[in-house]
Design a protein. Sequence first.
Length: 175
Amino acid sequence: MRTPAFFAALAGIALAATPAAATVQNAPGRTVVEVAVGNSDFSTLVTAVKAADLATTLSGKGPFTVFAPTNAAFAKLPAGTVETLVKPENKATLTSVLTYHVVPGRVNAAQLTKLIKDGGGTATLTTVQGGTLKASLMGDRIMLTDAKGGAAHVVTANVNASNGVIHTIDTVVMP
């Protein structure tokens, strides 16, 4: 079993930038953290997970549904936001933001689409953080609306991991 130090070491590696729509491969033998560490488009997310000490939790049994923001999604935040959040004194806030991107259980895109349709066009997802995300359809794309009214779109769905599923999103959602 890999330790948090392993993930921390990988998070420190300089990674090349990739397009906003991440190319992520199914990895049924790897955890959601290992999938993120293995994809350069999640280097900011990996750094944040490390700073919040969530690597061990998200490497656990789960299952988890992770709405994973790409590096481009983090780049949309106001200048200095990520640098401020990863400071030790802001760990509680960072943890809140990151766990707001995680829903307990394994919810694939087909299940989520069904929940949206069964809900009359909207599904309410309760996050690990305790807040809610509203899921809806915008054409054939799944859209998430956060507590502040911000919207994110799923750009890559159904990346399977051993302990859950990852849906890549184009914007960081905020509690």
